[in-house]
Write a protein that binds this ligand. Structure first.
Ligand code: BES
Ligand code: MN
Ligand code: ZN
Length: 499
């Protein structure tokens, strides 16, 4: 998608379609007023006749509006002006984009970016608009012999701003938004790819591709390297699989030389069958998404490389396939992690924590400013928070606040859950330093407690994205979350305004 930013008169835009917002009941937004005046009240006459109320999700397409240079004008319902907030703004942009694409407008001019949204500035509105357009136009049809071809797909969008003095900030927000969309699309593609294609080797190849196109340094550790490092916990998960394990290390050195990096760690289980503790059949296909944490790290690294973000960021991706087999780990097995702590594997389906713990220990070598791990870790998190918020845990309150705030700004929200010592009790094992499961109560918390034992040497946060990384049902697919949260977090750390 090509975006450009212009200031001024919507009626003078030569484009296939100009998009105008209408508040409920029948109230034109400011740019709409301008068009309406140029058109000698043509639009307000239609509204008065009752052709459109302005309800959220509603649209009305007008042809040959007098006094304008565009082919068509698309009215988009915004709902009540006093309720117009983040979500309503995003929904309006999504509706506009979908409609434009359906009506075969090759290019369009969006004036929704001029609408005031409570507590949000122009940069936020531009960034979110670019994100929503990206969201509305994303397709994954690589494996369809017959693609749903759009006759004349939307290719060019002009976003309008009120005055020329807004142009610099708007341009910066546009390019941030486009970088985030590119990162999200990469994360979505990788998530949507099936387990027979998106293997640990494939993820490693994709990481190496990023090195070619962007200023990233990428290194892939092989099984022998991991054995030397003593990653006994990680390697125990790969035993049942015929796919070789990989440990991917990415670096973006955009900050001060020697400055402490933020380290992102992504769970990369390319398929989670459960192993010997085999999962039940229904919906098991969704376990191809169990590498969504890894995908979000790759997506975020791509986004910040595109932005040339002035920060040092390391991405770590432990990636393996969890399969049953004659050589697979069995319940009761005891393994030694890279940290030296021993783990009794009571359930081979609690494998995410087994690969993440060794990656956390590996992260120590960077003397990180902080470490954030991202994982589709527990089904219990889906029960607790559904598909709206990611679960957040942290051993540092300031870091937790920063992440929650980034999530709010990105509209990719997280909700904090407790990491109290009382829960650690549930991980006791009679035979090893800890068990890998803590029983049914608070399954999301005990999983985080397990990880916390490997994150003592740095500020650390854990995002459980089991409910947010993909959608089930009819519109099944990867969401690209939490790439928006992570990129906003990193942007804010460099002092960028992302409120
Ligand atoms: N990848 C799953 C978590 C998951 C389950 C994500 C369903 C999304 C939807 C994870 O590896 C897992 O299997 N966790 C177990 C842990 C249990 C054995 C303690 C779970 O949540 O059932
Ligand atoms: Mn599992
Ligand atoms: Zn898993």
């Amino acid at each position: 998608m090509e975006f450009s930013i212009k200031s001024g008169s919507p009626e003078k835009q030569r484009s296939a379609c100009v998009v105008i917002g209408v508040f409920e009941p029948r109230k034109l937004s400011l740019p709409g007023d301008v068009i309406n005046q140029a058109a000698d009240n043509y639009v307000t006459n239609l509204l008065r006749r009752g052709d459109m109320e302005g309800k959220p999700g509603s649209t009305l397409l007008l042809h040959n509006v007098p006094g304008t240079l565009c082919d068509r004008v698309l009215l988009v319902g915004l709902g009540k002006e006093k309720d117009f907030r983040d979500k309503e703004f995003r929904d309006a942009v999504a509706t506009a984009t979908r409609t434009l694409n359906e009506i075969g407008a090759f290019d369009a001019c969006l004036t929704l970016t001029e609408l005031p949204v409570k507590k949000r500035d122009l940069s936020w509105r531009i960034r979110q608009t670019v994100l929503m357009v990206g969201e509305a136009l994303y397709r994954f049809d690589r494996f369809k012999s017959k693609k749903d071809e759009v006759r004349r797909p939307l290719r060019k969008i002009t976003l309008t701003v009120e005055s020329r003095s807004d142009l610099t900030a708007a341009e910066a927000a546009r390019s941030q938004g486009q970088a985030i969309v590119a990162g999200m699309n990469l994360a979505k593609d990788l998530g949507n790819l099936p387990g027979n294609i998106c293997t640990p080797t494939y993820l490693a190849e994709q990481a190496l591709e990023l090195r070619k196109a962007h200023s990233l340094k990428v290194e892939v550790l092989e099984r022998a390297d991991m054995e030397k490092l003593g990653m006994g916990s990680l390697l125990s998960v790969t035993r049942g699989s015929h796919q070789p394990p990989k440990f991917i290390v990415l670096r973006h050195d955009g900050g001060k030389k020697g400055g402490k990096p933020v380290v992102l760690v992504g769970k990369g289980i390319t398929f989670d069958s459960g192993g010997i503790s085999l999962k039940p059949g229904p919906e098991m296909d969704e376990m191809k998404y169990d590498m969504s944490g890894a995908a979000s790290v790759l997506g975020t690294m791509k986004a910040i490389a595109l932005m040339a973000l002035p920060a040092n960021v390391v991405g770590l991706i432990p990636t393996v396939e969890n399969m049953p087999g004659g050589n697979a780990s069995r319940p009761g097995d005891i393994v030694t992690s890279m940290s030296g702590q021993t783990i009794e594997i009571l359930n081979t389906d609690a494998e995410g924590r087994l690969i993440l713990c060794d990656a956390l220990t590996y992260a120590e070598r960077y003397e990180p400013a902080c470490v954030i791990d991202i994982a589709t870790l527990t089904g219990a998190c889906v029960i607790a928070l559904g598909h709206v918020a990611s679960g957040l845990f942290a051993n540092d309150d300031a870091l937790a606040r920063e992440i929650l705030h980034a999530g709010q700004n990105a509209y990719d929200r997280a909700w904090q859950l407790p990491l109290w010592d009382d829960y650690q009790e549930q991980l006791k094992s009679p035979f090893a330093d800890m068990a890998n499961i803590g029983g049914r109560p608070a399954g999301t918390v005990t999983a985080a407690c397990f990880l916390s034992r490997f994150a003592k040497k740095f500020h650390w946060a854990h995002l459980d994205v089991a409910g947010t990384a993909w959608k089930s049902g009819e519109k099944k697919g990867s969401t690209g979350r939490p790439v928006p949260l992570l990129t906003h977090f990193l942007l804010a750390r460099t002092g960028a305004n992302v409120e």
